[in-house]
Design a protein around this ligand. Structure first.
Ligand code: HSE
Length: 309
């Protein structure tokens, strides 16, 4: 195989109760990444379309993660990468994760798959580090493993997939303001109150139990964030209003997608997800604020191969 084109999907990190450790892979929004072998060694980013981003491999996260992989695995060729960005950087649905994970996934296939997708997470995290100054694995784990994912310990490369209840659908609204992950992480405090730690862990445990027992009500009751959301929600226009109309329109729960500014609602069924999206739109229409809305089921596979040559 000399060339591969992949679809690298968007993802929602944190899911309210799991800051930096929970994620879910989305289905119909993502980047398309083509990687080709070259005679000349090294990595080159030949083209980026869809968004204005650097082609410098030390600045573009796809180049950073690819370089990390090739620093560990010596190969006798080089690679050129073309990226079509379907996800806007700074939107809160894992734009950097899609590019970081997509390039290492594609290169791994081209070199005969010496790594499992789980092992690729550590390389993709270098891209996250370059984008946000922190090596969080929640988005890249979701993109590389698919479905709902859990990061137990990224230093020990301990990640696993959780169960996906069949009817889960997501609504994501992206108000068109840019909020950099770095800036959104800067408002998070180092210390938490013990009572908040207890409430957050109780919700996280119950949420995971709800995924396995497919108890949609329990999932909804557990989608709460008493630690990070109060600090970050002030950065998102009309967050509380978006949340209340989502719940009133039938969402199981609603919270900040990753580091924002996108807001997600988790729903039982696509019809409810569409209704929730329509209710969310009305809030931003009143403000005259530009937005995108995405409705997505859970992508249980993760990155998909579109073409090989
Ligand atoms: N867990 C990360 C954060 C995700 O909330 O900062 C960033 O997409």
């Amino acid at each position: 195989m000399n060339e591969i084109k992949v679809f690298s999907p968007a993802s929602i990190a944190n899911l309210s109760c799991g800051y930096d450790i929970l994620g879910v892979c989305l289905d119909n929004i993502g980047d398309e990444i083509t990687v080709r072998k070259t005679k000349k060694k090294g990595v080159v980013i030949k083209k980026v379309s869809g968004q204005k981003l650097s082609t410098d491999i030390s600045l573009n996260v796809a180049g950073v993660s690819a370089t990390a992989l090739l620093n560990e695995t010596k190969v006798n060729c080089g690679f050129e990468i073309e990226i079509h960005k379907g996800i806007k950087p700074g939107s809160g649905i894992g734009s950097s994760a899609a590019s970081s994970a997509g390039s290492v996934f594609a290169i791994n296939k081209l070199i005969g798959e010496p790594y499992t997708n789980k092992e690729l997470i550590k390389f993709a995290m270098y891209g996250e580090m370059a984008a946000s100054g922190s090596k969080h694995a929640d988005n890249v784990a979701a993109v590389l493993l698919g479905g709902f994912t859990f990061v137990r310990n990224s230093i020990e490369n301990d990640y696993f997939k959780l169960n996906t209840p069949i009817e889960i659908a997501f609504t994501v609204i992206h108000p068109k303001i840019e909020l950099k992950t770095k800036d959104s992480r800067a408002v998070v405090k180092d210390k938490v109150l013990l009572k908040n730690m207890i409430e957050q862990s109780a919700n996280l445990g119950a949420f995971i139990s709800g995924l396995y027992t497919e108890d949609y009500d329990l999932i909804g009751r557990s989608l709460k964030d008493v630690i990070i959301e109060p600090l970050r929600s002030v950065l998102i226009p009309k967050f509380e209003k978006i949340k209340s109309v989502s719940i009133n329109s039938g969402a199981l729960g609603c919270g900040i997608s990753g580091s924002g500014p996108s807001v997600f609602a988790m729903c039982k069924g696509v019809t409810t997800a569409i209704n929730v999206g329509n209710a969310m739109k009305k809030i931003y229409d009143k403000l005259d604020l530009d937005y995108d809305v995405h409705i997505s089921c859970v992508n249980d596979i993760g990155i998909k191969i579109l073409k090989t040559n």
